[in-house]
Design a protein around this ligand. Sequence first.
Ligand SMILES: [Zn+2]
Ligand SMILES: [Zn+2]
Length: 137
Amino acid sequence: MVDPSMLLERKGLKITPQRYAILKFLQHTTIHPTADEVIEQLNRDLPMTSRATVYNTLNTLRDVGLVHEVTHEAGVLRYDANIDPHHHFICSQCGKLEDLDWKLFGNLNHEALSAQCPVVENIEVIVRGVCRHCRNR
Ligand SMILES: [Zn+2]
Ligand SMILES: [Zn+2]
């Protein structure tokens, strides 16, 4: 895991305690938290952080490409610090959203794809189903 301060520096961003803490939290969680969940966590680490600061920080990190917004559920905006290509799985019972390995869906037909979409910006498969935990319940 690359140290958050190194990532911020690489993007030419000043290292602030909030940027550091938010990026670090996002790097170490797999839950793809919403802004509210980020705020909740930050209130434990840096209790004086305002909501506006958290929103601004998330937008800044998004603008430089250090975090991605995940918008697969209507009205829910989640944040993801995994910026390597990957897919997502959403459990229809508990709403959990998890990463799926990029290699799960191999052998893409690039030729057929580029015929319809000559400039591909992002490829992501979204799998909806029931997670192991919910199935066993
Ligand atoms: Zn589930
Ligand atoms: Zn993800």
